[in-house]
Design a protein around this ligand. Structure first.
Ligand code: AMP
Length: 398
């Protein structure tokens, strides 16, 4: 049996898509349309049966990008009409305090997603535009919105409340929302399975370390705290984002450097983090530079891992009892240097990484703690597309 779902991640300048079998997680086709709305031509990459098909395409807007995607399916397969698609799952970044679960999209849901653009001006308008054109392109399929924030809506008030004037916060919906929810949900379930424990009895700290990065404290399968906040800027050091910073840095830059708010936004979101410290945002380059003796890269790696360690410590305090620390996403799954350095010196807290197991390369979920380690240390590949596909199937009852 197979249950194919078209998963769409529509961003401001790119459209990512995948046909995923919600039963076994197999990807029937994977694609990307880049440079939507740019001045020149856009680029489409469509991969099917391990073969990459690249073409230049005119993509002035999301409708053109969706048409280019449909063309690619027609030319290179699989035949979408014959594939038996059961639903289209859409990634939506911000679901606000409104969406604690994935929903079947209708006009009312779309209007709320568009209205939430005030909280996610870079993401929600593009997510909504993608949904609208997909609904026109596939009018007979159910469309489901899956929110990055939904998994974290279970955070208790004490964890999601910022200590600012309550009225100002309420008027502008300022609170911590958290992101990467599909990844944290998927990985924490996988962790319970690997540990052989019921989800309801499993406490884990998930470290999603990719280009964006966030930590999540998960108690009994439920998010009780996470490091990203109102926006994805808060928390861990990331490829280009600063993560936690004294908000007074913003006032200082405005007053003394004469930077306006957009320039500071650009600095903290796009020119900070590992990039700002070392000149490269890619962890592979950073690790290579450290090995070559680059002092800036060394400091960047240490700052990155120190921040991870601080979050691990605080979430140990939040959860009390922790079964496992779980690394996932591009860096978490691949960079053994980051895993080792982030958890170094935590033996007295019951966390001991086995050096050899940590360095062994694998694509499989695995345990890299020593036999004596009280807290297990797991590496689990994330699969956000599969989680979206499964949610789409669950919501539509397909
Ligand atoms: P993601 O956003 O999950 O795709 O993760 C992207 C990040 O993973 C980038 O910083 C990559 O440099 C990093 N990454 C991918 N593969 C490796 C690897 N083998 N070693 C270190 N970092 C890696």
């Amino acid at each position: 049996m197979s249950t194919p779902v078209l998963v769409i991640n529509s961003g401001s300048s790119s459209l990512k898509y995948q046909v995923v079998d919600a039963d076994d997680g197999g990807a029937l086709a994977v694609g990307l349309v880049e440079r939507i709305g740019g001045s020149g031509h856009g680029r489409l990459t469509h991969t099917v049966d391990g073969e990459k098909h690249r073409s230049d395409v005119a993509v002035p807007d999301h409708a053109a990008a969706m048409a280019a995607m449909a063309d690619a399916f027609e030319q290179h397969g699989p035949d979408l009409a014959a594939a038996g698609l059961v639903a289209v799952g859409h990634r939506v970044v911000q679901g606000g305090a409104r969406f604690g679960h994935s929903v079947r999209v209708d006009e009312a849901a779309l209007e709320i997603i568009e209205e939430l653009s005030a909280l996610a001006p870079l993401h929600n308008p593009a997510n909504a535009a993608g949904i609208r054109v997909a609904m026109d392109t596939f009018p007979d399929l159910p469309h489901v919105a899956v929110f990055d924030t939904a998994f974290h809506l279970t955070m208790p008030e004490v964890a999601h409340t910022y200590a600012i004037d309550r009225q100002v916060a309420a008027d502008h919906r300022i609170r911590r929302y958290g992101f990467h929810g599909t990844s944290h949900a998927y990985v924490s379930r996988q962790a319970a399975e690997l540990l052989g424990k019921p989800l309801e009895e499993t406490n884990v700290i998930v470290l999603h370390l990719g280009n964006g990065a966030s930590a999540c404290a998960v108690r009994a399968g439920v998010s009780v705290d996470t490091s990203m906040g109102l926006t994805p800027l808060e928390g861990l050091v990331m490829g280009t984002r600063s993560g936690d910073i004294d908000p007074a840095v913003v006032f200082h830059l405005a007053r003394t450097a004469g930077m306006d708010i957009d320039a500071i936004d650009d600095l903290l979101n796009k020119r900070s983090g590992v990039l700002g410290l070392s000149g490269s945002q890619d962890m592979r380059d950073l690790v290579d530079a450290v090995e070559a003796g680059d002092a800036d890269a060394q400091l960047a790696l240490e700052v990155y891992c120190y921040r991870v360690r601080k979050y691990v410590g605080s979430y140990l305090a939040v959860l009390g009892r922790v079964d496992a620390i779980v690394f996932t996403a591009g860096i978490g799954e691949n960079a053994d240097e980051v895993r080792e350095l982030s958890l170094r010196g935590l033996e007295s807290l019951g966390i001991e990484v086995d050096g050899e197991a940590n360095r062994a390369r694998s694509k499989e979920p695995r345990d890299i703690a020593t036999a004596a380690s009280r807290v297990r240390v797991l590496v689990i590949p994330t699969n956000e597309e599969l989680e979206i596909a499964r949610d789409a199937v669950r919501v539509t009852g397909s």
